[in-house]
Write a protein of this length. Sequence first.
Length: 431
Amino acid sequence: MFKIELVDRNGLTHYISYDPHTSTLYDENGVNLVQNIKEHNYEVATRVSPENPGKKSKKLKKIKIQLGLGCNYSCSYCNQQKEVKYSSKTNIRDAEIFMNNIDRWLEGEPDKIEFWGGEPLLYWNKVKFLLEKLSEKFPKTEFLITSNGSLITEEIIEYVQKYNIIFVISHDGPGQHLRGPDPFEDKKQFNMINKLQKLRRGRMSFNAVLTPDNFDIEKIVEFFKKKFDDENVSVNLVGIVYHTEGSKPFTKEQYDKLTNNVALAAMKPKENILPVLNNAINSFVNSIATQRPSSSLYQGCLMDKEDVITVDLLGNVMTCQDTGDLGKHRIGNVQDFDNIKLNTAWHWSNRKECSECPVLQLCAGACMFMEGENWYHTCNNHYYYYIGILGAAIYRMTGMVVSGVYGKIRRPDPEEYGIKEIDFTHTEMKD
């Protein structure tokens, strides 16, 4: 149970209590603030771990096709950098075999199929072939491509239009230097991107990652508006950076500013809130309205669910799209479906920090396979990011500003995770 300090419009202080495991808010007298709870039948999430591996169902709702980890960029904080050497190379014949065999392991029509790299447009011939075959086979399925935007052509735009593809360009706006080249600096490529974003209103966005060098959300949004001379250009966030060997850690001062920036961005009128922030707030409000139990929470990425899978063109199944098929993250093959075992990850319930965290219902455990120093920083990054969203959600529900969160909030122990320097992390804290 955590105590949340609130300040109303008259400057008066109030306190409510919050239990993230039962999704219950209590007033100062311990009375549930929600009197008419909406009934919802929540399933119990599988608590995967190496000792309790997860499985996959043939009735898949989402399929992430990993085309290869090759990329023409070299982002400093890329989650995939250590996995590139563990990724098999495939060809168009493999794509043909993939389609010929798909009925052997897939039952029904998936809701969504996503194409992933590396940079997926490096594999355009395979993407094109798969789009044609998959759309014919699954006419109701939605397709998504996430790209760095540097390889867009007229033909690609034509296919995006024809197959109504959701198209995401990963670009950090004023922080693009962390990714390397900027496709906006190439006039021809910028014109292609501009054409695509004008054609795909509501089906395309520029998604930025918040990092220690780039977490001013207002500046990020204004960058795209100015670049495209368009007040309605679609901007969104991937979220907060997942720490890798190439990442720079946040300082305590930066974390405080991050929380404040996120809260302010998320407290805007609904029509001006970035979709990822608005969706998170809506999810939290819904959790309170339905008293969503923590036992129903899968990981935030949902890759621990049975009906979500990452597969390459050789049929290899991986932990997620950021991993390769030749290393420890190969968890099986679709041709031996019953023996697919997600034994490379830890559900949030197996992380002691998560069980004693006020943003559990928002974060849902960050990355499920990170360990050591990467997990330490990633956990902290997500905590301070979601504390801002928690404040905005409470503001939407009560009209009051969150000025403090108290309780036995467990943060990662630096020594336990190989961090030698003593830092700001402690158990009792106020944000």
